[in-house]
Ligand binder design. Sequence first.
Ligand code: NDP
Ligand code: OXD
Length: 314
Amino acid sequence: MTVICLMMPDWDPAPWQARLLAARPDFEVRIWPEAGNAAEIDFALVWKPERGALAGLENLKVIFSLGAGVDHIFTAGDPPDVPIVRIVDPDLTARMSEWVVMHALMILRDTRKYARLQREKVWSTDEDPAAREVRVGVMGTGVLGADAAKKLAVMGFDVACWGRTEKDLGTIPVFHGRDGLTPFLARTDILVSLLPHTAETENILDADLFGKLARDGVLGGPWLVNAGRGALQDEDAMLDALDSGTLEGAVLDVFRTEPLPPESRFWTHPKVTLTPHNSAISDPRALVDYVVRQIDRFERGLPLENVVDAQRGY
Ligand code: NDP
Ligand code: OXD
């Protein structure tokens, strides 16, 4: 008997449980906190587990993050010393790139202005810029950053990326490391953040960074698009930058506190578009197959895929 524990306090576990059992009727699927004898649990499938919840699973073999990010596991306390496998799946990747490309196009085509003109019943047009004139900088050259960058380039944007280490993304220039950050920002009109939250990336989106973005672009000022994590952003600095015009606008899917509290200024700021951390949802219809495949591999003695480097934190 293989015992699975679903730890997803914010999500409905029912579709995950049903799909797991359909794929592997031999699984016993328990739902936290009704987990029975914790020593019997082999695999934990988690999204934002409660603090300390993983620590008691003494015979755990693998932790599966039900998202691409794993910061939610580390911030819930020291997890047991077992492999952590994260989601890398075309369904999730495609969703994120759709969201990034959609918002880059909405910025390019100034949909905010045309919505206002429609409300005012004004028939008026400007000389809107072409995608090739807009420099998009993607922070993160991993699974999501690379895919979004390639799809932005297909739309005609002038794309570059920035990551921790050197990478080859074909015709897309890749900057890396702290030394590469300033020149990368200096050629960026739309900054897309697809970084993980680690000790190194905490608050990376701060006043200093906003001040280094290009000011000579065709959009009238630089934009920030963040779908990485809220902890990447210094939110007071971001609001100051929006108020002062250092940032022309921001599109935010993630926040330091989620759900975003009703009193947050982001809800009503005229330069902010926000979405409720749904740029790339984890859909059990796609992702259960991935997890089951990894468990099958583990049981057959094959290496797990997409194992997180716990030292690096992603
Ligand atoms: P990957 O691990 O594939 O990529 C992470 C990228 O970040 C790599 O290019 C890595 O560089 C870079 N990176 C990490 N640390 C640093 C640093 N200190 N300086 C510069 N670059 C750094 O992750 P994914 O692309 O799959 O996912 C990225 C993140 O997106 C997730 O961790 C999660 O936080 C977020 N996400 C958000 C979702 C949402 O709905 N809003 C949905 C899914 C993911 P290198 O390769 O050189 O090490
Ligand atoms: C993820 C997320 O990390 O949805 O996959 O945030």
